[in-house]
Each structure stands twice: as C-alpha cells, then as structure tokens.
Design a protein around this ligand. Structure first.
Ligand code: F0G
Length: 461
C-alpha cells in the first residue's frame, strides 16, 4: 500500500532531464528517469506520470504546424496517427519509436446518431478508433509502451486484459520481436479479441477469476519475473492515448469541441485525455478545454458511485483514499463481481481511478452509468447509422443520450463520442441482439424453406 512520507521526497532524475517520470502522490513527488521501467512509485506505491519541462523541449508554435506531416506519408513516423504528434509526447528518440501504422482513424459527423440522442444536426461526431490495426484504441497506447520497452531493452511484455489489450499487445510484441504473455479472466472475453491474441501468437493464460483478479496477479508476476507491464498503469501507454484527442482536434480544424464522451473501464483513456488537454492549455496551443463525460456500465460502476454518489474529487492529488479503500472493502465483503454485456469495461477496481479524477477536474467532468439494455440500443444505432462498434463503445452514445435527456448537454453543443472498438470484436452480442430482441433497430434474420415461392414471399414481405 501507499505510504505518505513526512517530508516531500524530491529525487531528481539523472542529469535533471527535460523528460522524467514523477509520482502522482503530492506528498511524495519522487522523480525517476524515463529510462526506468517501473509501474508504481518505488518510494510510495502510487501511480507514475510522464512529465516534461516544456521550455527545454522543442514545442511547435501552433497545432496547425503538424499539418506539414501529412505530406510525408512515406515516413512511417509521420504516417502514424500517434507519432506525427511526437513533439507532444517526447519521452524517447526516433530510434526507439515503434509503429505498425496505428491511428489512421476518422472523426465521422453523424446526424443519424445525432437524431438518436436528441441533438441538432451537425453537432454529434463519432471518433472511430476501431480502425486501428488491432481494431481498438489500444494501439495508440501500445505504440507508446512498446517504444518505451525498446528504450529500456525489455524482452518480455505482459498484461491483464478484457480482450482488446491482449490483441494489441500480441500484435506489437510480435512485430517487434518481444515475447508476450496475456492474462485473461475465465469466460468473459469476446471471441473476436481472443482469436486475435491467439493468432498473433500470444502466450495466453486464462485465470479462474475476473479482470480485477488478473490485474492484481499480473502486477505480482511482473515484479517477481521482471516482465514489462503494458496495462494502462504503464504511464507511457497513456502518452500514446493522448493523441486520440489531437486527432479529434485535427479533424475539427483545431477547434475544441464542447464535450468528449468516453466509456470508462480501467480509466486509461479518460486519464490520458485530461492530461492531453491540460498540457495543450499549459502550452498555449488551445485556449479552452472541452468538458469530459465518462460513462460506466451499471454493472461496473465504481467511478460513477465514487464521483457522483460519494463526491470523491481530485483535490490536487489529495484524493480521499480512506473512502475508496472503504468502498472496495464493501465490494469484497459483499462478494461483488462486476457484470455487464460490455465485457471490455467489466472492471470494478479501475487502476487509473485517481488520474481519471484529475482529468475530471481539468475538464469539469461528469460521470454517468448506463444499463446494458441502453448500451445495446445505442450500439445498434451506431451500427445502423454509422460505422458500427463493440458494446463498450455503445456506452458513450448511450451516455450522451442520457446527458441530453437530463439537459446536461445541450442540443446545440458539439459533442464527440469515442468509439473505442470495432464492430466485429464481439459478433455474438450483435447477432443475439438482432435475433432475440424486440427493438426498433433490431433486425432479425428471416428463415424460410429452400423453395422459390417461400423465398419470393419472404423477399416481398
Ligand atoms: N472500450 C473498449 C473497447 C475497451 O477494450 C476498453 C478497455 C475500454 C473501452 C475502457 O477503456 O480502460 O481506458 O477506461 N479494455 C481493457 C482491455 C481493459 O483489457 O482490453 P479504459
């Protein structure tokens, strides 16, 4: 557990570097080099941040400066939707940077989904991260983590996963010649994702337990066996995930939207988005930050409970740890297990909770919970009107619909929903919805005898 040193401990990174890792705990703030691989502060056990002394680094004069990179698509780092913004995540040099062509994702303005949530035309956008090479937003983070792994000379990566992380880790490990082991919980992984991890050659260990159990174990295993941890506890992953927001701004001609709506699981994305906007504001590259809405599934709603019901806040890093520990003790005592159709976010002990609270503070955020049913209907709307997505991504559209109903988000506000994963990640859920649910957008296949007359009849029905 975390301890609180009596005196602030400030250990400077080697040669007082312009880039370093720093403990999140305001009573510790220990500093470490970027060339170290640690996934918790060795002094107090808290989360680590990647920090920059921007005045000692070359920062572009405006966001539009990055447009020159579009003309150099033959250069893999300029092509990458992550590394074309490398001046904003300058923790390593080009020689360490790994890319498989991630981040070629699009921002789709979508009036069909806009109508579904009750917004005016032209105000709702979908940022489709399912277009990444492994089919989810995770590739943005993995390119950061694996570049850091190269910097520190790591040979074997490991993660716990609800599926997408394992697929992405397996792809990157395989493409840069590292070994990888992925830990998954029993029975709660969508087949699209498991099939990818197996196909990419990941050593796959299924633990009898859920994601939270896997997360605890993988940290122990990484400490004991000196493996390189690639879950979002790894702060270099979050550096990569900041770029999702840079691409949103890029697609809006560098205008800041009113809201970003994102599903919340382990809370890596929301944490990274808050850091991205905080840094851009600090650098004077934007003049305001958007508001942030993080959406939990009702069956895995720790953040919603703590933020909205118990009013737990960031408070400059002095988060009420006793209240959080008490909350988890209660979950343990009740034998609570998270449960949602959106298995990607079936997580009750989100490791980035405190960083997400910081993001909510930077972006004047709100948190909501949405039912499985609402997630499925919203997912069907994205399928019918947009590019399709997996269930967890549907949570962001369901969350926007709820926030519109509550009047928290106005009909004329410009909103970006993050679609975190591809439509084909979890086909079972989609087929079940369309075959078994009676809903406005459900689309049941029609079964007929193998006879021409019956076929024609079905065709004309
Ligand atoms: N959406 C999808 C499709 C995901 O796979 C995940 C997380 C999330 C949302 C939640 O994102 O953790 O940044 O809040 N999936 C992880 C995994 C946990 O193992 O694949 P977050």
């Amino acid at each position: 557990m975390k301890s609180r040193p009596d005196q602030p401990v400030t250990r400077r990174a080697p040669q007082s570097e312009a880039r370093y890792q720093q403990c999140f705990n305001p009573d510790c703030q220990a500093v470490y080099g970027v060339d170290e691989a640690m996934f918790a502060c060795p002094a107090c056990g808290d989360l680590l941040d990647v920090r920059y002394e921007w005045d000692r680094l070359e920062v572009p004069p405006s966001l539009a400066w990055f447009e020159q990179r579009w003309a150099r698509r033959d250069c893999p780092l300029d092509f990458s939707g992550v590394w074309r913004f490398r001046e904003l995540l300058p923790f390593c040099e080009d020689e360490h940077r790994i890319t498989v062509g991630e981040g070629q994702t699009i921002l789709q303005q979508n009036d069909g989904v806009g109508g579904y949530v009750g917004s005016e035309g032209g105000r709702v956008y979908l940022q489709y991260e399912g277009l990444n090479p492994s089919g989810s937003f995770k590739d943005n983070g993995m390119t950061g983590a694996f570049s850091h792994a190269k910097l520190v000379g790591a040979r074997h990566a490991a993660c716990a996963s609800t599926g997408n992380t394992s697929a992405s880790v397996a792809l990157y490990a395989h493409s840069c010649g590292m070994k990888c082991t992925v830990f998954i919980g029993s029975g709660r992984i969508a087949y699209g994702k498991l099939s990818q991890a197996l196909d990419f050659g990941a050593h796959t260990i299924q633990i009898q337990g859920d994601f939270d159990d896997c997360m605890r174990r993988v940290q122990q295993v990484c400490r004991e066996r000196d493996l390189y941890l690639v879950n979002s506890l790894n702060p270099f992953r979050l550096e990569g995930q900041k770029t999702i927001m840079y691409r949103v701004l890029e697609a809006l001609r560098w205008e800041v939207p009113d809201w970003i709506v994102v599903p919340g699981g382990n809370l890596g994305n929301s944490s990274a988005f808050g850091k991205a906007f905080g840094e851009l504001k600090e650098l004077g590259l934007i003049d305001r930050v958007p508001r942030l809405a993080v959406i939990n599934a009702t069956g895995a709603n720790t953040l919603f409970d703590l933020y909205e019901n118990q009013s737990i806040r960031y408070k400059d890093g002095r988060v009420d740890e006793a209240a959080i520990d008490g909350y988890y003790a209660k979950l343990n005592a009740e034998g609570f297990r998270p449960n949602t159709v959106a298995t990607a976010i079936e997580i009750s002990r989100p490791v980035n909770l405190k960083k997400c609270l910081r993001a909510l503070s930077i972006c004047n955020g709100v948190v909501r919970e949405v039912s499985d049913e609402d997630i499925l209907h919203a997912k069907a709307a994205v399928g019918r009107y947009g590019l399709g997505c997996e269930p967890a991504s549907g949570a962001s559209v369901a969350g926007l619909k709820l926030l519109r109903q509550q009047g928290v988000i106005g009909a004329d506000e410009r909103v970006v929903c993050i679609l975190t994963g591809h439509q084909l990640k979890d086909p079972n859920v989609t087929v079940r919805y369309h075959s078994e649910m009676e809903a406005e957008l459900s689309n049941r296949p029609v079964e007929v005898p193998n006879e021409m007359s019956a076929i024609i009849e079905a065709l004309e029905a």
